[in-house]
Design a protein around this ligand. Sequence first.
Ligand SMILES: NC(=O)c1ccc[n+]([C@@H]2O[C@H](COP(=O)([O-])OP(=O)(O)OC[C@H]3O[C@@H](n4cnc5c(N)ncnc54)[C@H](O)[C@@H]3O)[C@@H](O)[C@H]2O)c1
Length: 384
Amino acid sequence: MNRKLRMGMVGGGTDAFIGAIHRLAAFMDNQIEMVCGCFSVNPEISRSSGKLYYLPENRVYETYQEMFEKEAQLPEGERMDFVSIVTPNFVHFDPAMMALENGFHVVIDKPITFTLDEALKLKEKLDETGLTLALTHTYSGYPAVKHAKQMIANGELGKVRKVFVEYPQGWLSAKVEDQGNAQASWRTDPKKSGKAGCMGDIGTHAHHLAEYVTGLRVTELCAELNILVPNRMLDDDGAALLRFENGARGVLMATQIAAGEENGIKIRVYGEKGGLEWYQQEPNSLIVKWLDKPTQILRVGTSMNSAIAAHNTRTPGGHPEGYLEAFANIYRNFAMTVMAKMDGKEPTPEMLDFPGIEDGIRGMQFIDTVVKAGYDDSIKWVTL
Ligand SMILES: NC(=O)c1ccc[n+]([C@@H]2O[C@H](COP(=O)([O-])OP(=O)(O)OC[C@H]3O[C@@H](n4cnc5c(N)ncnc54)[C@H](O)[C@@H]3O)[C@@H](O)[C@H]2O)c1
């Protein structure tokens, strides 16, 4: 490849939250440029956003349908290579399917779709077209998380027996969906968010982190979901006991009503010989605890010396990397994979280390199962 990959975007206008983070992440490594977009459900905001992002008027579209049709008609040397979909959950499947049908690769935010069935349909289309899809489960992009995964895969902790994963936030402690908070408004609406609220929004991140770090699948869970802010339509709090495929047991907690909490996703994994702990608000440290040795604190850029951590680290030790870099790691590995394929080369395992369609399907299975188990006191264990 002697050029950057060309990205289009659906969502991410000046009326949005996560689109701006995606752009920062996509541009960080100089492999990607944005050439077009349909940035908002409101055509006026799409146009004004496109202007602000210095795009030519004819590449800023009023609908994503128009964008895919017109981009597909452009000469190969001009049209976008992939689309980044950063819309609310109910606007994931349709643009993703349309992108694949028109020959574009996809980056999409989680949860991958509104229903499990839609995720399975995307997999069929990906298998048929050979196109690439990346799912932005951000927390799997951190070098310390990748190092933890590698340590467990190497057997350094012995057989994994216990996993605690928690994701407390506090921003939905009041009924802000009634006070004009756009992000809260669709997340608490079952017609836009899907059948889960908090569990779909952040429980899926916790579930993904647990499966990614341990390399183990959750096979069964027992759950309780709660609506703790009166008159809210979807869960804003919940917990699940997990059973993993190797017999390990786990506890998952996700809540958006823990007043005062920011973004406290944390994982602890314990094997026969020791455990490890990673906390997103202190992301450059990995605490490793041993049964028969002193506790270690491994640091990104210095003592965290696995090849996978190095591949996903940009700055020398002591220069903190965080959320944006983790997001950028997903974009970079995705871009390297797409570029390798365009060059007729086989992507390396390090390039292929980003969440994809299988992770998306797992996330939708998690949502279905946790909702099934979460409200019925007569049910104990439900198979995932
Ligand atoms: N990976 C993460 O850490 C992370 C963090 C936040 C949000 N998310 C996910 O990102 C997605 C977006 O969340 P958000 O908080 O940015 O939402 P948001 O409400 O802030 O922004 C949504 C954007 O999509 C646009 N949009 C809606 N319908 C559209 C359509 N038909 N055509 C074009 N644009 C349309 C809106 O106008 C807006 O610009 C959600 O799926 C959410 O779960 C992921």
